[in-house]
Design a protein around this ligand. Sequence first.
Ligand code: PLP
Length: 402
Amino acid sequence: MTFLSATLARVKPSPTIAVTTKAAEMKAAGKDVIGLGAGEPDFDTPENIRAAGIRAIEEGKTRYTAVDGVPELKQAICHKFARENGLTYDPSQVTVGTGGKQVLYNAFMATLNPGDEVIIPAPYWVSYPDMVLLAGGTPVVVPAGLETAFKITAEQLEAAITPKTKWFLFNSPSNPTGAGYSWDELKALTDVLMRHPHVWVLTDDMYEHLVFDGFEFCTPAQVEPGLYDRTLTVNGVSKAYAMTGWRIGYAAGPKELIGAIRKVQSQSTSNPCSISQYAAVEALTGPQDYLDGNKALFQRRRDLVVSMLNAAKGVTCPVPEGAFYVYPDISACIGKTSAGGTLIADDEAFATALLEETGVAVVFGAAFGLSPNFRVSYATSDAALEEACRRIQTFCDGLTES
Ligand code: PLP
């Protein structure tokens, strides 16, 4: 339709939301569907945080707030960065938005000019390239496959940098692979960035608290303090505190950049929900032992899913360091035919046939920029995971040479 903008024509709708919607439709039609597509914890927001939201309503904290967050929340975020990441920020260096998603989008809108490049390691979170395109920039995708445990190397980063590079977008632990960079692995990348002072770092630390086997999370400005003045550190309460629906994300970085992000937000959505902001204050300043319980739960599920998927014929599933996703490789399944008669030409065909023939909803790898794979979100009950993995095993057993 010519009425729509040329910018919009360059982007695609979120494939993860498409899968979740299709699975929900099949379920509504009475089909036996297990959804492994959604990227959110399967339990409720902790009681103390819910109570803080209710209190905010009852205390009349229901009006417009400062555009990019109330002082109490900015203060809580400064304490969080100091406590957990060894990073010192002043509240004037902090912005709060309607989810990490809005903060990322605002950052690109505030900084990208046509022709500006953003380096995005693949597999990537589905929204990154499209956000860059919406903001008029050019995504430069750097693939990192199974051989490097889905992590890019210093050489790859060096080779991707051009005079037009504006941002290096970093996400550890990653959606969709769960891969987490150790301090040394990240230092190798920050060493490269130190040689290219025109490149800024946008780090998406959304899965910071979901790390396993004693893995120690680290973030670029912490690993290389020399990058502090050109790093935007993005985080949020959605994943760590089971608060996806509250829509609170935040970032800290240089004051001028934060001001530019505020300007975008002031002319689009204004403040994030006032009630959610007070709930987020409780999340960040209240008891944190909840996070350890979460870690243990997700680690158990990860181990279950990894072992069951590796038992499926033609599937290779590495053990990720964090998040609540696995990203198995299905190279050995490509070119085969399913029991239902579908040619598995690529990972999209695999995911479609799997959903239609077994009722298990996963997201195909092409959506995340690296194929042939699929993403499983294991943020669902043990029973559902076991049943889903059993169905995947049966589906893979049924694949035959075409
Ligand atoms: N970044 C990553 C890597 C994500 O997976 C998500 C959500 O799926 C987000 C950011 C956005 O989270 P929210 O907007 O709920 O804060």
